[in-house]
Design a protein around this ligand. Structure first.
Ligand code: BGC
Length: 820
């Protein structure tokens, strides 16, 4: 813990020369900032969040807790939830000497095609801003810095490094800047990250208007603005535009160019001084200036009982009951046919920089069989369109026999730079290495716990030699893209081979040397070597059961469903769809999952569908099934959390944070593909539920705020009081169901003018025993009663009149209060 020192950063700035100042304003490595002894500045370590603190390594780092994803956490509609997450992340950060966690992500869910929405809270700016503020307060209460990202209008991934978001001033202020404004006002975040994209023709890293005028000027922001990784394009324009810090380093566009800009008068040195002053303020806040922080030693391990309890509870509480025809919660004693690839390979996190290396991941199959006596688990149809790295457990490190792979990194002369045992089946090379020499060869070794045909292959740009048993192949994989593609979407090559039966493999793993002849005595070994052509990128090993014919998979699932009291089908997306760097092209579930659900529903007595995805999917089978539980990306305790929610041990009391369109394209904002570089936010402030309510898109399948929990509610005595700084609604809610339950009372403002969209203006959550009533007050938020006047460049209050709607999502309005 730390106490900010009494040192005046401005005094320290004056003590270093220009070259030193500029050097400190670019990272020292992929995730560190340089120390400077002469002014008592220690090293500052940054790590990605927001679903776990990955550490200084992009891949292959230490094991850390994997949290439920942002939409699942947000679905609790509870500031204390994100505050608790912030405190937990601070502990995870301190355990590995991290000073700043790169989160929360507070971009909005503009189009549900956005690949990275799983990292961000909601389509609603108030919900996003309030939850983010609580997360920041939690994190920073333990003196670990937060970083709001990505400033601003960064809602999609297609052409993300070059695209220009075209957003009018009203929309920028009322929607996309609002979460940053709320979080700044309510939590004083110590840093923010400027995005990759341009905003109205100016790079987000050079946004004099956004950064200098609005954030640092109008809002009086005292923190530091860093660039997204490799996002800074210029020296003087970025520095003058308010960017304080270039990440990563040590190379970058500032350095000598920025020094020269100051020397030749293009940039005033006072601008550089202010950047460094802000960096020192950050260092001071996180205990890296003057007397360095001392860290607690009794922090919970990522697999400790306390983390298990927290992660299960947080995940299950955010899960959302979308429909329920009296089948949930399941009663103990029910026989279940548990069906689907996601039941066996539950997807617990999205792809990209938010990924972490967790100590374990509990599948739904493991979670449910731990709680119910009669569960028959049946694999489902293929859910991936592109092979992905092997899951630990399906692959074993031949030298240890443990889940994971054996990775060797070699230099050009063949000397070993690093060996990793029981490792995840990917490795990042050339990005955050600290080897004496560059990696020239990457070698994977794994045994496969399989019985039958296995799809085996490799990922990454390189000249590969792939050996499976006695068979070897040489080939090259190349990429047409640059660094980002080699990191986030590298090329893959696979083939199908017959592997030995798993009983033999399981038994003999540990002591057997990984030799090619192993296949002859029944043990299969995969060995692959790559000579990286580009010297940088992500490399991986693929091994998974070869896909089976869809018809036979569906027939087996339907047969199992017919035998059970209830069929539970787990469907979902994967990190192919929910990932950084790529957007979706459809909301449809990948593969033949829809056909699987329909076939099971036709055969089963009762059918429950669990949706393992962070963002909306299409559900053409909705009327055929008895219940749908939306489970998000539930983190390392995912399977336990799903099981607890299905059985009602923990009420899945979530409410949606994004409106679910009923069909592809049936949403007020859809395309994420820039045209001639421009992505026009033509829907203005009418995104999500706001646009659906205005009739700009057909009625959605489910509205933001929808969620049934496990009880029923009646509302009475709704009234509005205009006393106080902003109108306040009071209402009595009665829990009319058989269980204690939690209700989220939401209040929306429908303005009198149709130019102004309906909007969430406040909510209050309350837990009420079965049969009891509670009087609930909802204070509406001032900032949602404002309208940005583009002509005058100022806020005004929206016109009088209109009404307040008290609702459980706009599909279930319980009271309408006139404001006339
Ligand atoms: C992402 C950021 C992340 C950074 C560092 C970028 O690609 O956009 O959110 O913090 O990488 O990993």
């Amino acid at each position: 813990m730390t106490n900010p020192s009494s040192i005046d950063p401005s005094v320290l700035v004056a003590k270093v020369d220009l070259e030193t100042k500029v050097r400190l304003l670019t990272g020292a490595s992929a995730f560190t900032l340089a120390p400077e002894e002469s002014i008592g500045l220690g090293e500052v370590n940054l790590s990605d969040g927001p679903t776990g603190v990955r550490g200084l390594k992009f891949s292959g780092g230490r094991q850390v807790a994997l949290f439920p994803n942002a939409t699942l956490l947000a679905s609790a509609w509870d500031e204390e939830t994100t505050a608790e997450v912030g405190r937990m992340l601070a502990e995870e950060a301190m355990a590995q000497d991290i000073h700043v966690v790169l989160g929360p992500t507070i971009n909005l869910h503009r189009s549900t095609l956005g690949g990275r929405l799983f990292e961000a809270y909601s389509e609603d700016p108030l919900l996003t801003g309030k939850l983010a503020a609580a997360y920041v307060r939690g994190l920073q209460s333990l003196a670990v810095g937060a970083c709001l990202k990505h400033l601003v209008a960064n809602e999609s991934e297609t052409a993300r490094n070059t695209m220009n978001s075209v957003v009018d001033a009203k929309t920028l202020r009322e929607l996309y800047l609002l979460p940053f404004e709320i979080a700044t006002a309510e939590s004083d975040p110590w840093s923010m990250m400027a995005a990759y994209n341009d905003v109205n023709g100016v790079a987000a890293t050079e946004q004099d208007h956004v950064i200098n005028d609005v954030v640092k000027g109008e809002w009086g922001y005292t923190g530091l603005i860093m660039s997204d990784w490799f996002a800074t394009k210029t020296a003087a324009p970025a520095a003058a535009g308010g960017l304080d810090l270039v990440m990563p380093g040590p190379e970058g566009p500032w350095g000598a160019t920025l020094v020269a800009a100051v020397r030749n008068g293009d940039l005033d040195e006072s601008v550089v001084d202010d950047h460094l002053r802000r960096l020192l303020v950050l260092a001071d806040r996180v205990g890296a200036l003057g007397e360095l922080r001392s860290l607690p030693t009794d922090l919970p391990a990522p697999d400790s009982p306390v983390r298990r309890e927290q992660l299960t509870r947080l995940a299950a509480a955010g899960m959302t009951v979308l429909t329920n025809d009296d089948v949930l919660p399941l009663t103990r004693g029910t026989s279940v046919a548990l069906i689907g690839r996601h039941a066996l390979e539950t997807i617990d996190m999205g792809g990209g920089s938010a990924q972490v290396n967790p100590p374990y991941q509990v599948s739904v199959a493991e979670g449910l069989t731990a709680l119910l006596d009669s569960v028959e688990v049946v694999d489902g149809v293929e859910v991936r369109t592109r092979p992905v790295p092997a899951r630990p457990g399906f692959v074993l490190d031949p030298s240890t026999g443990n889940p994971g792979v054996h990775i060797t990194l070699l230099a050009a002369d063949g000397s070993v730079l690093e060996e990793r045992h029981d490792a995840p089946s990917t490795v990042m090379v050339g990005f955050d290495d600290d080897f004496s020499e560059p990696v020239a060869t990457v070698r994977f070794r794994a045994r496969v716990a399989a019985d039958g045909p296995v799809e085996v292959g490799v990922i990454g740009v390189g000249a590969w030699e792939l050996t499976v048993g006695e068979t070897s192949r040489s080939f090259e994989l190349r990429s047409s893209g640059g660094f980002a593609e080699e990191m986030l979407a590298p090329p893959v090559e696979t083939g199908t081979v017959e592997m030995g039966p798993d009983d033999i493999i399981d038994g003999e793993a540990m002591l057997r040397p990984p030799a090619r002849t192993d296949v002859l005595d029944g043990v299969s070994t995969v060995e692959a070597t790559a000579n990286p052509l580009a010297g940088v990128g992500l490399f991986g090993l693929v091994a998974r059961p070869a896909p089976q014919p869809v018809e036979s998979v569906i027939a087996a699932a339907a047969a199992a469903a017919a035998q059970a009291d209830v069929a539970v089908v787990v469907v979902g997306l994967t990190e192919e769809q929910e990932t950084e760097s790529v957007d979706k092209s459809t909301l449809a579930l990948p593969g033949a999952q829809d056909a699987l659900v329909s076939a099971v529903a036709a055969a089963a007595r009762r059918t429950v569908v669990v949706v393992n995805a962070a963002t909306p999917v299409l559900m053409p089978w909705l009327d055929e099934v008895d219940a749908v539980l939306w489970a998000g990306l539930p983190g390392q305790e995912g399977g336990h959390a799903v099981a607890a929610a299905l059985l009602g041990d923990i009420e899945p009391a979530g409410r949606l944070v994004t409106t679910f369109p009923a069909a592809d394209g049936a949403a007020p904002a859809w395309s994420v593909t820039p045209v001639d570089g421009d992505l026009e936010y033509t829907e203005g402030t009418f995104i999500g539920y706001r646009g659906h309510w205005a009739g700009n898109a057909p009625a959605p399948a489910f509205w933001l705020g929808h969620g049934l929990g496990y009880s029923t509610w009646s509302y009475s005595d709704a009234a509005v009081s205009l006393d106080g700084p902003s109108p306040q609604v009071s209402v009595t809610v009665t829990n009319t169901g058989p269980r204690d339950s939690r209700e989220v009372v939401q209040v929306y403002l429908e303005p009198s003018s149709s130019d102004e969209p309906v909007r969430l203006v406040g909510w209050t959550a309350v837990s009420v025993p079965a049969g009891a009533s509670a009087s609930v007050q909802v204070r509406t938020d001032d900032r949602l009663w404002r309208s940005w006047d583009t002509d005058s460049g100022a806020w005004s209050r929206i016109a009088d009149g209109g009404r307040l709607l008290v609702a459980r999502g706009l599909g279930d309005v319980r009271a309408s209060l006139s404001l006339d």
